[in-house]
Unconditional design. Structure first.
Length: 324
């Protein structure tokens, strides 16, 4: 059932993808804002309460519906529920069109358009950014987007579905990522609500780090298996801890070794503002070749081979359970 749900969710998401910031995400952001406004008292105890309520209530609803459908209406209806939750949480096409647009602009030599598209995607497009730097940023963002929208979702879905919890793993992972985006940085007070306290930002970052610990390593291992295994593992061991976010570092280091591309950048100059830094501009570069246009094709192949490997393994596990 889990394999079929995931397969149909992938196919549906390819045919009719949900837009980034769709209505369900907006509803969750409104829910998170309400909890922040009412529970963020500036201490870690209240911060953890806000995080558990924000993630736990939707997850309990999803599990309850799954069990009700499974016990009362049969596995077909439970599979459809799995499909619906996976469709809402998977996001392969939510970032692929950004990648495609930038790649097409670079293919025609229009670096200005590529830089503007990168700015629209991630807000990183310094006018002095070279073609090589654009390609590096695109590869880094694509690797992390594939992890956060695809492989991390699949990892937690597969693990918790195997113990009878249905699609709750996929939802937990995505909600944790969304909360990290919404609460992960302390903010100044604004007109429409109070600021995010340091305690809430710290708790959301800590929770996301814990939730993402295992999926990030499974993603890194997947990239190593379908890419250059020896170089990916060596980059993982030697350079993953140099990135600001250790879990992101695992994914980026494995990507670097798997397709032999240099990621990361020199430390910012003393007079350069930190807000101009990207994912890895403040860490030493990894080993590998300078980013080239051909690496974009390698990145696409790496992601798709990893998807096929995951689906093949899940199909084997499903077949083994049916035979057993």
């Amino acid at each position: 059932m889990s394999f079929l749900s995931l397969l149909f969710a992938f196919l549906l998401e390819q045919v009719r993808p949900l837009a980034s910031g769709h209505s369900l995400e907006k509803a969750f952001h409104a829910w998170a804002d309400w909890l922040k406004n009412n529970l963020d008292a500036g201490d870690r105890r209240h911060a953890w309460t806000a995080w558990w309520v924000a993630v736990g209530v939707p997850c309990m609803v999803v599990v309850a519906v799954h069990w009700w459908l499974m016990l009362g209406m049969g596995w077909v209806f439970a599979m459809l529920w799995n499909l619906a939750v996976l469709y809402a949480t998977l996001g392969f096409r939510r970032f692929s069109h950004h990648f495609t647009g930038i790649r097409d602009a670079l293919a025609t030599g229009d670096d200005v358009a590529a830089r503007e598209l990168l700015r629209e995607w991630q807000g990183e497009a310094d006018v002095s950014m070279t073609r090589t730097e654009i390609i590096r940023h695109v590869i880094e963002h694509s690797a992390l987007a594939a992890h956060r929208h695809v492989f991390g979702v699949v990892a937690w879905f597969s693990l918790l579905a195997a113990v009878g919890l249905g699609p709750v793993g996929a939802l937990m992972f995505r909600l944790s990522a969304l909360l990290f985006q919404a609460w992960g940085e302390p903010s100044k007070a604004v007109d429409d609500g109070p600021h995010t306290s340091e305690a809430l930002a710290s708790v959301s970052a800590s929770a996301w780090s814990r939730v993402d610990w295992l999926p990030s390593r499974l993603t890194g291992l997947s990239f190593a298996v379908v890419g250059n295994f020896e170089d990916a593992v060596d980059a993982w061991r030697q350079q993953a801890d140099q990135f600001q976010q250790p879990n992101d570092g695992v994914v980026l280091a494995a990507t670097s070794g798997a397709i032999n591309v240099r990621l990361g950048g020199a430390v910012l100059a003393p007079d350069e503002p930190p807000e101009l830094a990207g994912i890895s501009d403040m860490v030493p570069p990894t080993a590998g070749r300078e980013p080239e246009f051909a690496h974009l094709r390698s990145m696409v192949g790496l992601v798709w081979r990893a998807v096929v490997m995951w689906m093949f393994l899940l199909a084997l596990l499903t077949l083994a359970r049916m035979v057993g």
